[in-house]
Design a binder for this molecule. Structure first.
Ligand SMILES: Cc1cc2nc3c(=O)[nH]c(=O)nc-3n(C[C@H](O)[C@H](O)[C@H](O)COP(=O)(O)OP(=O)(O)OC[C@H]3O[C@@H](n4cnc5c(N)ncnc54)[C@H](O)[C@@H]3O)c2cc1C
Length: 397
């Protein structure tokens, strides 16, 4: 069977990339080694305003599934700490995005994939071999052979496709992990996303929509040394809640656990190139960054919008999709990724090392940035992707 594009990996980024490429009229095959169904990973994602726009333009129905972020606060210390950086909706900085639980986003994407013509899913499958040449690409899987002009690797941080293509990575293991869970609490969160820098890491308390069981809910992402996070994941519920309340200093009142605790090891990993002959990397296959700024998936959604723009242009001008779509992709996605990767790395490292001088510089940095509307605005633009030359899927239509 022949397709314009074959995508390997149907995680959140693979699903989005498939929809984005199909929207530009290309025929797309989406492959995954697992059945494509809604999983449980305990996570919620903070989506930037431009990511929300991509889903809107792709007619992915997120109605009633997202909790808008009305305020965003980063502090070094308790919520009233003077060492703070504060953004709010309605000021010059504009829209701050929204939180969505990953299974809800995944379910909405799968529904749209199922309803999209020209998009064929092969899952679960095993890919045995991929051979790329100047003429085209052949994908050998247990269900037969596919031929295509362009192959997209969306197969996650351990990407086999990336490794087989000989693309090396720059990798830094943080010896740190994130504990993720959901809490129910007495006081309303009012749409505030609060991140507290703590010695050795960060604690994020992110607003969620009510569900049938609980009116006031928040996602906890607690990043710290791997051994401490392992211990916090395994301790009794009561002891864990005691530890968490201590770090939250009464913010949100009494609380209880509303979901199991999950543990994610952290690394910074950026591929040395995002393209090879007839191959593009998207999502975690291209980049993995520290979650403290909640940007990994947003970067992947921007990859999807960028590659789809290339596909659209190639089709409009009658050029070979597997060549013309890649011309600007690497250059464009590389710089955005490296800026955000380095920014989050610097913040994570300042928190991990946390010596007197570094800690003081970080606190001063927060406070000075908070006083400059210009700096705040350019930070927000960088994080949302608005600082870029936007592909059409990221623009208001
Ligand atoms: C604790 C934590 C919190 C986070 N919070 C945020 C946030 O708030 N906002 C944000 O933007 N980002 C966030 N991120 C980052 C975000 O979750 C990831 O960047 C994103 O989920 C990556 O998606 P992906 O589709 O690229 O990869 P994956 O989810 O890893 O998907 C890869 C897919 O490829 C398939 N696959 C792998 N190998 C093969 C193969 N050989 N053949 C076939 N299929 C294969 C897998 O089955 C899987 O379906 C967070 C990350 C962590 C760890």
């Amino acid at each position: 069977m022949d397709f314009d594009i074959v995508i390997i990996g149907a995680g959140l980024v693979g699903l989005t990339t498939a929809l984005a490429c199909a929207e530009s009229g290309a025929t797309v095959a989406l492959l995954d080694r697992k059945t494509i169904s809604v999983g449980v990973d305990g996570r919620a994602s903070a989506l930037s305003s431009t990511s929300l726009r991509v889903f809107e333009n792709l007619s992915v129905d997120l109605q009633g599934l997202t909790q808008p972020i009305r305020d965003m606060l980063v502090t070094d210390g308790e919520p009233n700490s003077p060492w703070r950086l504060h953004f709010e909706t309605g000021d010059e900085t504009g829209d701050l995005g929204a939180l969505i639980e990953n299974p809800l986003l995944q379910s909405a994407l799968i529904d749209k994939v199922d309803a999209t013509e020209g998009l064929t899913v092969f899952a679960p499958i095993e890919v045995h071999d991929v051979s790329r040449s100047l003429q085209g690409v052949s994908v050998l899987m247990d269900q037969g052979e596919l031929t295509t002009r362009l192959i997209i690797a969306a197969d996650g941080r351990e990407s086999v496709l990336r490794r087989k293509a000989g693309i090396t990575v720059q990798r830094f293991d943080y010896d740190a992990a994130s504990l993720v869970t959901t809490i129910a609490h007495d006081l309303p969160h009012d749409g505030l996303a609060w991140q507290r820098m703590i010695p050795g890491g960060a604690l994020a308390v992110l607003p969620l929509l009510p569900n049938g069981e609980h009116v006031n809910r928040s996602q906890i992402v607690w990043s710290a040394r791997a051994d401490g996070i392992q211990a916090a994941t395994e301790m009794a519920d009561k002891s864990f809640l005691g530890l968490l309340s201590e770090k939250m200093e009464g913010y949100l009142g009494d609380m209880s656990l509303a979901a199991p605790r999950h543990n994610y090891p952290l690394r910074l990993q950026i591929a040395d190139g995002f393209t090879k002959i007839r191959l593009a990397l998207v999502g975690d296959a291209a980049h993995v960054i520290h979650p403290l700024a909640g940007q990994g998936l947003n970067l992947g959604i921007r990859d999807a919008a960028a590659i789809a723009e290339g596909v659209k242009m190639s089709r409009q001008t009658g050029q070979d999709i597997g060549v013309a779509s890649l011309l600007e992709y690497d250059l464009w996605r590389n710089s955005d990724t490296r800026v955000l990767g380095l920014l989050t790395h610097a913040i994570a490292e300042s928190s991990r090392l946390n010596t007197g001088f570094i800690g003081h510089t970080r606190r001063l940095g927060l406070s000075l940035t908070n006083r400059s509307e210009k700096l705040k605005s350019s930070l927000r633009k960088q994080a949302s992707g608005e600082a870029l030359d936007l592909p059409s899927l990221m623009r208001a239509r």
